[in-house]
Structure formats: C-alpha cells, structure tokens
Write a protein that binds this ligand. Structure first.
Ligand code: F0G
Length: 459
C-alpha cells in the first residue's frame, strides 16, 4: 500500500440513541442529531476483506518517513476512512507517545506492575492532539474558515496550534482565571483569539455550541464526532506498542468524557473487525468535586445525568459539571464491562507525586488514574496481578504551580486560597513532599550537605 494512499469507505454520521439511529451524510455540518438532539458517531461501511492484514500494514509504516505514516494517528488511516483527500490532513506528528513501566506507582496502587501511556508527550502536551488532527481534517473538508472550542485549557492549546498550521481562525472560549497558566500561554502564543468567559467550562461550552449554530464557527469540541475518531487511535497505538496484546484494564481520567468514549469506540471497532480477540475493561476516574458520572452510577443509573452546578477540583482539566459525552461514556463502559471511580484532591496530589518518583511528570488530572487504581485495587475491583495501562493525558509543565505548591506545602483545595493563607483550611498534606532547601552560597557548608545526603539512600 502506498504511503500516501488514503483508503475510502462509506462514512456517515449516526445518532447513538437506540430509539432514533438517524443517519446523515458525513459532509453535513452538524454536531448532534437533527431529529432527537442525541450524540452522533462517525460510522463506516467497512470493507472487511481489505482489512484482514491491516495490522501488518500499520506495523510496516513504522519504518516509513512519510508524515502520514509517522503520525501516530494517520498511520491508522484505514480505520479513519472519512478523509476525502490527503490535502485535508494537518499533522504535527501527533501521537507517538511512549508506554513506560511505573514500578513505584504500581506498588503505591497495590499492583504488581503498571504501565503508563503518556499522551502528555504529544506536540502540544496533551492527548487532545490525537483528536484535533482529525477534527481539523473534517474542518478543512467542509471548508471552514474559523474553528472554535470551549476548553479547560488543553483543547484550546491544541486547537490553537492546529488552526495556526491550517491557516484558519482559531477562537477559544476558556473559563476566566480557571485554566492552568501553561495552557493559556500556548493558546496566546499560537495566535488563537482567546476569550476568557466570566463563568466556568460548562458556561463556555453552552455559549460556543450556540455560536456554532448561529455563526460560521466550526465547533471542535469532542461533541464533534470527528474529534473522537482521532482520539480512538490512542487505543490502536497502545495495542501496537504491545504487539497487539490486549491489557486487562485501561484507565483514564474523566472530564467531558470524550476520551473514555473514544477509547471505547476504538477498542470496539478493532474487536468487531476481528482484529483483536477481546476487549480490555475501561475505568474512568473523576475528581470528587466534579463527579457527575460517578453520581449517576451511585444513584442507580436511571434518568438523565444530574449536572454538578459548581464543579470544583484543583485538577482544573477535569473541572466539568455537565459532561457532553456522558451517554457515549456509559456505552463505552457497558461494552467493556467498565467502571467509574472517584478520588479526592489529596489522593490525586499524592498519586501525582508518586508518578513523579517514577520519573514521570504529568498534570494533576492525569494522576487521577493512579489514585483511582489505588482505590479500585483496595476495593478488589482490579486484581493486583492485572495487566493495567493508565493513560496520562497531560504534560507536567502545563501546571507547574500545582506541583510546586504541593512540594512546598502550599496546596489549598480552595481556589481562593490566596485569601486564606493565614490558616490551614483546605490545605492538602504534602505526603511525599520534596521541599527545596535554602542554602548559603558556601562550598564548605554545601560539601557537608552533600556528604550527609550520600549517607542515605535516594528517595
Ligand atoms: N486530562 C486532561 C489533561 C484534560 O485536559 C482533559 C480534558 C481530561 C483529562 C478529560 O478528558 O474531557 O475527554 O473526559 N480536557 C478538556 C479541555 C475538557 O478542554 O482541554 P475528557
């Protein structure tokens, strides 16, 4: 197969509601079902006979230098056959993220071993790039001149970069004052029009959805099913790195719930096509103060999800009270016999420090995975012997404030902590603190410090 060849299959949009299942042409500029308002999937009429040796094609491309083969998304293009011309592709070489052993984090979680796939090593530092390249391809296919999203920071950073590369307007709606600084820096640097909404993520989401209906803005949030097509390739790349061996569990943090939905779709498609023999179980982990899905499960899984009006977590990436993709997430957990877990702020902070001790930095939301695993092992949901992969979603450098505040004992759960600095309310315990030491600029003193240090084993 030629490295430039872009296979086509009939792609269409389909409503996920079992009572509706309306279908639409893949070139329609819609985000939800016109009949019932339900979420849409990108579906394909697969030509199965052509796909029987596709895993070998994917493996062979690892030796290629063509940008469409070196991309960790487009390498899997036979399973993304909605693109009508290779000219639609805007790639930054996304994906290609490492899978590492995390032995200390494994021990901390009560597991014999734990692997992490670090999506924070994407070009803009988060897993959003996997989905942004496919969302942008669809934007180009539709001839969009402006793309937009609401974001807790990572989607906006990614959209800004891909919009810049594509030469279209990027417009991002972010909750004013509530995104990590590194992420804000990115969208400014990449030239996106950055709108700081006086409200939270859910307010920003509501506004941008309305504006995508009433203006030519093309919406690139994960409610757009073409975003999730790219994100599903995280499942493909993970399996490829494991020589197509399926793990027992894959664990992700949950915010707007696009990622768990996309992973579910990716694994399910491989399984339906007969390319893998079984599905892994998915676990999605939410922060206690922003856990509408976990609450829906706890309340008996009936009716609609009750949004959390004031979501609150220091893991600002997942500070979301009304997740758009919750029904797709429920479906993914049903398909995979998955679970939803909840963790506290303290557990997230300690798990992040533990990953750090493995030499693996990540942003707070990502560490919810290890915190969630610790709970799931203690509750005997996950077996200590299980083959587990945690997906780390964002780079440590996105939110260095959190890390420094933790290690210096200055991490407060209250967002307005500056006004509370005089008392300990909401202060997290720096269980695994590595506090910087003030030392004089004096070689004699430092010599003694170093000799004392060498008397003890490394941390
Ligand atoms: N981890 C990180 C680092 C994130 O940025 C997000 C979502 C998630 C986890 C949760 O993923 O929403 O698919 O369930 N960030 C979005 C954003 C909301 O705007 O950047 P999800």
């Amino acid at each position: 197969m030629s490295s430039e060849g872009f296979p086509r299959a009939t792609a269409y949009l389909q409503c996920i509601e079992t009572t509706c299942r309306a279908t639409y042409d893949a070139s329609e500029r819609i985000y939800t079902c016109e009949q019932c308002g339900g979420l849409l999937d990108v579906q394909y009429e697969w030509q199965r006979a052509r796909l029987f040796d596709v895993l070998e094609t994917f493996d062979a491309r690892r030796a290629s230098f063509h940008p469409h083969d070196t991309s960790g998304v487009w390498r899997f293009r036979e399973l993304l056959p909605f693109v009508t011309s290779p000219a639609q592709i805007v790639t930054l070489g996304e994906g290609n993220t490492p899978v590492w052993d995390a032995p200390r984090s494994a021990g901390y979680a009560g597991l014999k071993r734990l692997a992490v796939k670090h999506q924070g090593l994407n070009p803009t530092g988060s897993f959003k790039d996997n989905g942004m390249t496919t969302g942008m391809a669809q934007a180009r296919r539709l001839g969009a001149r402006a793309v937009a999203c609401a974001s807790t920071g990572n989607t906006s950073a990614s959209l800004a970069a891909y919009a810049a590369r594509a030469g279209v307007h990027g417009i991002v709606f972010i909750p004013g004052g509530r995104i990590a600084y590194g992420k804000l820096a990115q969208s400014l640097d990449y030239g996106a029009v950055t709108l700081q909404i006086e409200g939270n993520f859910d307010d920003a989401m509501r506004l941008v959805r309305e504006l995508a209906r009433t203006t030519p803005l093309y919406l690139l949030n994960s409610v757009n099913p073409f975003r999730l097509e790219g994100q599903k390739t995280i499942a493909f790349e993970l399996l490829q790195q494991r020589r197509w061996r399926v793990p027992d569990w894959v664990v992700v943090p949950g915010g707007n719930l696009g990622n768990v939905s996309a992973l579910g779709k990716g694994f399910k498609e491989l399984h339906n096509l007969g390319l893998i023999a079984r599905l892994p179980r998915l676990a999605v982990v939410q922060a206690e103060g922003a856990a509408p899905l976990a609450q829906w499960y706890a309340a008996g899984q009936t009716g609609n999800l009750a949004p959390v009006a004031r979501p609150k977590t220091l893991a600002t990436a997942i500070q979301i009270g009304n997740p758009v993709s919750w029904l797709k997430a429920v479906r993914a957990l049903e398909w995979t016999n998955g679970v939803c877990a909840v963790v506290s702020e303290q557990e997230i902070a300690d798990a992040k420090a533990m990953l750090g001790r493995d030499g693996i930095g990540c942003e707070p939301a990502s560490a919810a995975t290890v915190a969630g695993l610790r709970r799931l092992v203690s509750e005997r949901v996950v077996d200590p012997d299980a083959d587990v992969v945690a997906i780390l979603t964002g780079n440590a450098l996105k939110d260095p404030d959190f890390t420094v505040q933790y290690h210096t004992g200055q991490l407060y759960t209250d967002a307005e902590r500056e006004t509370h600095l005089t008392h300990a309310e909401g202060k997290l315990v720096p269980t695994f603190a590595n506090t910087p030491r003030q030392v004089p600029a004096d070689a004699t003193v430092l010599r003694q410090v170093i000799l004392d240090l060498l008397e003890t084993p490394p941390a």
